[in-house]
Design a protein. Structure first.
Lengths: 554, 351
């Protein structure tokens, strides 16, 4: 296998340089055509609303200038930046070993762990908040540690999921040879593994940074008013003080910082475009005690960071009237009475969530895949700009985007403000960058000569597609749609700022339940949170299965 | 020829299929927004609730179809209404309270409508003389206490600064929470514009805890679900909810309110300026004051109907106390000072 790859690399190189000009012209047209769908999607539902809201609210009056240059804005920008940097670093430190264990070892429950890691991503902050402020009798309080831990808890899925799949398909032979030649394990990791992982690692780090940089719920809840990010300030000025001009200036500032950061990351990423021939899952069963210890240690790490809040949540869902019972779950199935905060039967609530999530996944996966193909085809400066643009929805202000959507789609026949459809669209906006970022490395990893090799060996175009392209597409949909699903089912992003038809989803139902005093509503909220966990984990397992067949196909 | 495929990953039909499927998905939305004049769209905050039967009855009588759109909290809802003023999301807005009323009126989001049903609504609720906003329900934000935790519970706001109650009270940040704002206003009303700052300094010295939102205070810090503080800012109706949502069932609420600590919130509805269906919206405002809706209010939103002819559910009569005195402030005063007061509060209590 390895030899074939090396040779096809050379072949590919010679082909690229000999591409005739006419071909290039038609190829450009195809690229533009492919880009149309993601361009319309991002243009209409992201760039346009932001432009509209900025045009409507952005004024450089004296009060905005005073606010902007004041010490409080400076300290907010500083806090936003350093907490995002530290959160990202911590998430990598925790996430990389877990990803490594999942990539290198086959063990019973491997897929289950991968699915479980995604669960925190979808949980409403308020449900797990108390765990971050208090473990047993030890009070962390609303200190910055609570925020950092919460950020690691919610985002470790990004690192583990995007890294472990890629890592598992890297041939460990190079590392093994280096070890045989006497390199230490640390050295091997630093000088061989890390560079090989770099494209995916950078991507995951960028996403985590953007999420934590624009962090809203976690900081609002755990910051207790003492800590603020630019995004929580945008929210405060726009929704609580109705000072849209200040909010707009802050949101623009956030966008600029995010854009700058993406530009820098893009430049750093471009220097390193070497990618490995990623083929099959190289994971092995842990053979030695040393391996078992390593695996055990990594799983224990996952258990501590992610497990503690989850176990405490499950525990609370099973408590009823000072005893252990399943009463909270059974009560979810009660007929919603006149005083029940749940207006709809539970199955309808779950169905709404799943339906929105499926729609969002399809939208994100479809436009994301096309965008990834375009990004793979374009070169030069446009490539850098597009590369950054794709990630921008993760770092832009969700508050301003939500308000922008209200202002943009306010005229018939495009008055969609009362339409439920904007909700999955907004979810898909957040899912879209995940799809592009997980698909792109895979596409780049298709050895350019692979297709020719197959054709030379007599494969028909259909066979080439089936054996080379299709597995990529399936995996791309798997990874990307998985994230898009999680984003949607957890109601991440701008949707809380859209006026929504009264269609309860699991997170909105949990919020309703937690808005009422009483042990029953509290118990139901905890039970519904666990249902949300289970639905997410099940969806992730199904998606995993769906792409599982594709792994060894080529 | 094969090298023309060098850069292409997927070709032909698949591309078309993916492109069409995605484009189709994007366009579905276009077909779902056709609003007839028989539809009245009601924008509410996230805590709004009403029984299906009550709405169905209104729809049958009026021939209208009611659609509800849920915004976030009341502050966000008002901000959105101001931003979309003249081209509103719906016809009626329900749920702006007296702490945000000044802002709503100042920005002219409503058009005036004097419902005939206002005739029998007590004058104390009719705050807006121009009839842009119609009062619908009211409730009191009061300090709640866990009954078993005290031999002698505090009797007033002033008592909370007593060292006996050190470290026992949790309230919410007025910048991010509606009951938190009401508690700040209660202290302004009780101690005056000169006195409230000293009161909060004393509260801070006495170990008051602050959360961002109600849920976090009630379920995180208060004794309600495992916290350790027996005093919390909540609603006068919270003890009733504790009885209704109790497991196992109980006869006496585990919590009670401090009557001398309350601030009255009144919720208003109004016809949005630029509404597509003005007559439908006005009919809906009348309906909000009808007995059918007013009777339905308590168990759905745990607030009180403004109409004296409404019947309170037995549970409310039995377990809920309407405080004899509840402070209030003029909406215009609130709006004029809101930002300054909250900023001062944050400096005093959090910095």
């Amino acid at each position: 296998m390895g030899i074939l790859y090396c040779e096809s690399n050379k072949v590919a190189g010679s082909y690229v340089t000999s591409t005739p000009m006419t071909r290039r012209g038609s190829s450009q047209r195809t690229t533009a055509l492919l880009g149309l769908v993601p361009a319309v999607f991002i243009g209409a539902f992201f760039l346009l609303p932001l432009a509209v809201i900025f045009r409507e609210t952005l004024t450089l009056s004296r009060s905005t200038v005073t606010t902007l240059t004041g010490p409080s804005v400076r300290s907010v920008v500083w806090f936003t930046t350093w907490q995002a940097a530290v959160s990202t670093a911590l998430t990598l430190v925790i996430g990389v070993p877990i990803a490594w264990a999942l990539a290198r070892f086959r063990f019973p429950g491997r897929q289950l762990v991968r699915a479980a890691v995604t669960v925190p991503f979808v949980l409403p902050t308020v449900v797990v908040a108390s765990t971050f402020t208090r473990i047993g009798s030890f009070e962390i309080g609303t200190s910055v540690w609570a925020i950092l831990w919460a950020h690691v808890f919610f985002n470790v899925a990004v690192v583990v999921r995007s890294l472990s799949g890629y890592w598992a398909r890297l041939d460990p032979e190079i590392e093994e040879q280096a070890r045989v030649l006497g390199a230490s394990q640390v050295n091997v990791f630093r000088r061989i593994t890390l560079p090989r992982l770099q494209p995916v690692l950078l991507s995951a780090a960028a996403i985590v940074f953007l999420f934590t940089f624009s962090s809203f719920g976690v900081v609002l809840l755990l910051g207790g008013g003492r800590r603020a990010t630019i995004e929580t300030e945008v929210w405060r000025y726009a929704t609580q003080r109705t000072e849209f001009d200040v909010a707009a200036v802050l949101a623009l500032l956030q966008l600029l910082v995010v854009g700058l950061m993406l530009w820098v990351a893009g430049r750093a990423g471009r220097k390193q475009r070497h990618v490995d021939g990623v083929t099959i899952d190289h994971a092995v069963a842990p053979a030695s005690w040393r391996h078992r210890t390593q695996l055990g240690a990594c799983l224990a790490l996952a258990l501590v960071v992610i497990g503690v809040p989850l176990v405490s949540l499950v525990g609370r869902s099973l408590r009823s009237g000072n005893a252990w019972s399943t009463a909270n779950y059974l009560r979810l199935f009660d007929d919603p009475g006149p005083s029940s905060p749940l207006a709809d039967p539970i199955w309808e609530i779950v169905a709404n969530s799943v339906w929105f999530a499926v729609l969002a996944s399809v939208l994100a996966a479809g436009s994301g895949l096309l965008a990834a193909i375009v990004l793979h085809r374009v070169r030069g400066r446009i490539a850098v700009v597009l590369d950054g643009l794709v990630l921008l929805p993760l770092g832009a202000s969700a508050v301003m985007l939500g308000l922008g959507l209200l202002l943009t789609f306010d005229t018939d026949p495009f008055d969609w403000r009362a339409s439920w459809f904007l909700i999955p669209v907004a979810h898909a906006l957040v899912g879209f960058p995940f799809v592009v970022r997980s698909v792109l490395p895979m596409i780049r990893n298709i050895e350019p000569g692979l297709r020719e090799a197959a054709a030379v060996l007599g494969a028909s175009p259909r066979q080439v597609w089936r054996s080379v392209d299709e597995p990529i597409v399936r995996r791309a949909f798997g990874v990307g749609a998985g994230f898009a699903f999680a984003v949607s089912v957890g109601e991440f992003g701008a949707t809380s700022f859209l006026a929504r038809p009264q269609r309860l989803t699991m997170p909105t139902a949990i919020f309703r339940l937690l808005g009422r005093p009483g042990t029953v509503t509290y118990g139901q909220a905890m039970a519904l949170s666990v249902v949300l966990m289970l639905v997410t984990a099940t969806a992730m397992l199904l998606i995993e299965r769906g792409r599982g067949g594709a792994v060894g196909d080529f | 020829m094969p090298h023309s495929r060098t850069h292409s990953i997927i070709r032909g039909r698949t591309i078309v299929t993916i492109a069409l499927a995605t484009a189709f998905g994007l366009l579905i939305g276009a077909c779902s927004s056709d609003v007839a004049s028989t539809t009245v769209t009601v924008v509410t905050h996230e805590s709004f609730a009403v029984s299906d039967e009550v709405i169905a009855e209104f729809e049958q009588q009026s021939g209208l179809t009611v659609e509800f759109l849920e915004s976030a909290d009341a502050g966000t809802m008002v901000s959105e209404a101001i931003l979309t003023q003249g081209k509103p999301i719906g016809d009626v807005l329900f749920g702006v309270d007296n702490t945000f009323l000044g802002r709503a009126l100042e920005n002219g989001i409503f058009r005036s409508y004097k419902s005939p049903a206002l005739a029998h609504i007590p004058a104390e609720f009719q705050v807006d003389d121009g009839h842009f906003a119609t009062p619908v329900d009211y409730g009191d934000v009061c300090i709640n206490y866990w009954v078993d935790a005290f031999d002698e519970p505090p009797a007033s706001l002033a008592d909370l600064t007593d060292p006996t109650y050190e470290g026992l009270f949790v309230t919410q940040n007025p910048e991010t929470s509606s009951p938190g704002m009401a508690m700040l206003l209660a202290t302004v009303a009780a101690f005056g514009e000169d006195g409230w700052e000293d009161y909060w300094k004393a509260l801070r010295a006495n170990g008051v805890a602050v959360t961002s939102g109600w849920s976090d205070a009630y379920y995180g810090e208060f004794m309600g679900a495992g916290g350790d503080r027996p005093l919390v800012t909540s609603y006068a109706s919270s003890p009733v909810a504790e009885v209704i949502y109790a497991d196992p069932a109980i006869d006496v609420a585990p919590t009670a309110i401090i009557e001398d600590s309350c601030f009255r919130q009144i919720e208003f509805a109004g016809v949005l300026d630029g509404a597509k269906n003005v007559s439908g919206a006005e009919q809906f405002i009348d309906f909000l004051l009808s007995d059918a809706f007013q009777n339905d209010v308590p168990l759905n939103m745990f607030v009180y109907p403004v109409s004296p002819s409404a019947t309170l559910p037995a549970l409310f009569v039995e377990h809920s106390v309407v405080p004899a005195t509840s402070s209030t402030l003029d909406p215009v005063t609130i709006e004029a000072n809101r930002s300054a007061w909250t900023e001062r509060w944050v400096e005093i209590v959090l910095r």
